[in-house]
Ligand binder design. Structure first.
Ligand code: PLP
Length: 460
């Protein structure tokens, strides 16, 4: 163990328990608290992060994963990933500072924002961060002046038109300008050591990686002709975060592996990296959000009645978190969060058309509409899973506050696997060839378990 993460950083979840049990304990504790203040909180299963890592190594054995800090910079996540030996892709000074504060050496950091503030380029120079991305002449000139010993990675544009979040308009050099940029770098005595791309967050098309790998090969050839010694290929992010995503990691992995074999065969001397964000954290985080207010609106439509003769109604629930906070995926990724109810409604319980709203005083702060829910009450908790990506961390770094408490958990089996850095064996796979959960996830929630009391550990 490198010592980034210790047992005091998380709740050890013993066999027979799940994250949901922990979450239920915490919501019960919060409901019984004497204070009127309720705040949404996360439970993060670090074992799920460990499992994702092993699955990634298995699917893409030639790729060295880095973690895109912007996706979720909570300390538990950074520590477990540092413990697993990952490098870190940082978009700004705050992220570099954060990972260096937990002890990550500068040699494991890439400053990947292609457009940077001069003061932050200087910060990288002063703190030993050597690998920096660029995608235009102006940026190159800034780095020449402020960090002349930097090693540059040329970020190329991709076709990200099908991804959840497209960035190629903002970042990435078109192929036709790469030769010019490489020539410029040579003239300025800047070493260009590699090529990076990002197919866009939530990429549903594995061929986007294959095309970009082929493009990167062309740029490597241009670089070699101009005297650059290029040895890094960075595949960026875009890998799926949720279990059961439309395109599975295995499928993406097989397309990437074939493209790598074709364009960057084993033994070619190129170090293949990826900068994964949502892949590692999405499914590891579950959030509990409390209902703070409720309003019933009668739908007075002539001729429309409920079965029991009453006037139909819709129920509006107000939550203490909304689309400008942890539910920003509603705005940016077009996702409709569906709550998991803590108590399963009885079959005879009526369901009502319902909507969930955040605390902002505007009509855009709608978390979900068109839900059919049983009658809920102020103070009830709604649980949402797959909440780890772009929900916590970077936002709080900018604001200087951590909005939601995070309780980290890990199963003993995941902790042992992490300590031994054990790759799952063949027997650890289920019939579909998927790695067996090391996580203390939701899979055993129907069993009533009895065990030791939890002592929540929050390290953020
Ligand atoms: N790399 C770069 C350059 C990014 O901009 C991002 C996210 O926007 C990522 C990696 C991480 O992407 P994802 O969360 O899809 O893995």
């Amino acid at each position: 163990m490198a010592g980034y993460l210790s047992e005091s950083d998380f709740v050890m979840v013993e066999e027979g328990f799940s994250t949901r049990d922990l979450l239920e304990e915490l919501t019960l504790g919060a409901s019984q608290a004497t204070t009127d203040k309720v705040a949404a909180f996360f439970v993060a299963d670090l074992g799920a992060v460990v499992r994702k890592h092993f699955c990634f190594l298995k699917c893409l054995p030639r790729v060295r994963p880095f973690y895109a800090v912007k996706c979720n910079s909570s300390l538990g996540v950074l520590k477990v990933l540092a413990e697993l030996g990952l490098g870190f892709s940082c978009a700004n000074k705050a992220e570099m500072e954060l990972v260096q504060r937990i002890g990550v050496p500068a040699s494991k950091i890439i400053y990947t924002s292609p457009c940077k503030q001069i003061a932050q380029i200087r910060y990288a120079a002063e703190h030993g961060v050597q690998l920096l991305s660029f995608d235009n002449e102006m940026e190159l000139a800034k780095v020449v002046r402020s960090h002349p010993s930097a090693k540059m990675v040329l970020c190329i544009a991709t076709d990200d038109s099908r991804s959840l979040s497209c960035l190629s308009l903002k970042f990435g050099a078109p192929l036709k300008s790469c030769r010019h940029l490489l020539e410029n770098a040579k003239k300025s005595h800047m070493e260009v050591v590699g090529v990076s791309f990002h197919v866009g967050s939530g990429c549903p098309d594995p061929q986007a990686y294959a095309q970009s790998i082929a493009d990167a090969r062309l740029v490597f050839q241009m670089g070699a002709e101009l005297g650059h010694t290029m040895h890094i290929l960075d595949l960026g992010g875009g890998f799926p975060g949720i279990e059961g995503a439309k395109v599975r990691l295995e499928e993406i992995g097989s397309v990437i592996n074939s493209a790598l074999d074709l364009y960057f065969p084993e033994g070619c001397g190129v170090d293949i990296l990826a900068e994964l964000g949502r892949y590692y954290v999405t499914s590891a985080f579950t959030v509990a959000v409390s209902i703070i207010a409720k309003k019933e609106i009668l739908l007075d439509q002539p001729g429309r009645e409920e079965e029991n003769g009453s006037t139909p109604k819709t129920v509006v629930y107000h939550l203490d978190e909304g689309v400008y906070g942890i539910f920003n995926s509603v705005l940016f990724d077009n996702i409709c969060p569906t709550p998991i109810l803590q108590k399963k409604p009885a079959a005879e319980q009526p369901l009502y058309s319902s909507s969930l709203w955040g605390p902002a005083a505007d009509s855009h702060d709608c978390v979900a509409e068109g839900l059919w829910l049983p009658q809920l009450h102020v103070g009830d908790w709604l649980v949402f899973d797959n909440m780890g990506a772009y929900t916590v961390g970077t936002g709080s770094l900018l604001r200087g506050t951590q909005a939601c408490r995070i309780t980290y958990a890990m199963s003993r089996v995941a902790w042992e696997a992490l300590r031994g850095q054990l790759l799952p064996t063949e027997e650890d796979q289920d019939a579909e060839g998927v790695c067996k959960p090391l996580s203390c996830g939701w899979e055993i929630t129907d069993t009533l378990c009895v065990g030791p009391a939890f002592t929540p550990a929050s390290i953020m």
